[in-house]
Design a protein around this ligand. Sequence first.
Ligand code: SF4
Length: 426
Amino acid sequence: MSIIEEAQKGNITEEMKTVAAVEGVEPDFVRRGVASGRIVIPVTPYREIRHCGIGKGLTTKVNASIGTSSDIMDIEMEVEKAKVAEAAGADTLMELSTGGDFLEIRRRVIEATSLSVGCVPLYQAFIEAAIKYGSVVDMKEDELFKATADQAKLGTNFMAIHTGINLITMERLKIQGRYGGLCSRGGAFMTAWMVHNEKENPLYSEFDYLLEIMKEHEVTLSMGNGMRAAAVHDATDRAQIQELVMNSELSDRAHDAGVQVIVEGPGHVPIDEIKTNVQLMKRLSGDKPFYVLGPLVSDIAPGYDHIVTAIGASISSAAGCDFLCYVTPAEHLALPNVEDVRTGVITSRIAAHIGDMIKLGKRDQDLAMGRARRDLDWEKMYELAIDPEYARNIRNSRVPEDNEACTMCGDYCALKIVKENFNIAK
Ligand code: SF4
């Protein structure tokens, strides 16, 4: 029985109890969320994992995407990235290798982490076709479904599936055009295949068969945003909204078939369109978990795109988004290294927390930090910090004369002056 069926029968599973304990909510709240499709708990029959709940009423989760490219294929670095992402507090990983022995890399990454691991099986199908037949456009439809099942058996427990690239959305895109093109790799592969073969996307036309595979291996389906804009100027355009409508309809079919489902959202969105995107997605999908890729709120800050994303991710989370895909400082420039991954995870966790302060009213940690600062209690401040080690290192690198203050104001520490002269503590 799938976890949805268990939930609908009124059964509270171990996974639901774990999520409830972590989130500080009642197990039956989680059960009802899973039963209705408002919450997913990615599971897998193939390995032990740390279960995490994603969806309405739960804290915003952060995904870290890692993986090789055709230029940089270093298995040890990818394994290290997986470990660093988990240590930095990522909730899930996506292993998206497209270079080298990507099956071996995926196996090693999965072995190295207790997190849920997501993947995009069509990368494997298209890249293997390019190696075998000389071109991605020669991929056979069966190979796409075989790669999906093979990756599920490795223990990947959520998958981005690009159903939204189909003849209908492509027509919208053709009529309208784009300033910034199409940035989804999966979308680009599938578009090339469809145009060359003059055929519908098999993931869309054979969606019921896809669901059978997902259900058999208990994989959570993430409805990929293949039409996502690559520039803020193209955000919320007709092709993107067309895809959202179709993915929302398909997400209902998935849930009805007993397959847990997430709907993915856009990657480049100006600030004033974020709330609209979140509300539209939640309305159209019947409140399914919403996964945004970023979003980046400007296109002019390469090297700082983790910060640009954190601004968009905070607003998205505050507006009701459930799941954030991190962005690293290397975005749009290069394959992220280990330090980029760490920075990306921490930055997205900050954004998730800022959103949760609004969405869930989670402000206890900020209140405690305010008090610790007022009291100049440095150990307490480190304990409450999102990245204690980084905070401690900065202070220790510039040690103050007076250990109670810091070198920012030194002798004229405002907090110390007030503490010594005026008791306003609450
Ligand atoms: S020295 Fe200035 S910055 Fe440092 S703790 Fe005191 S008031 Fe804050």
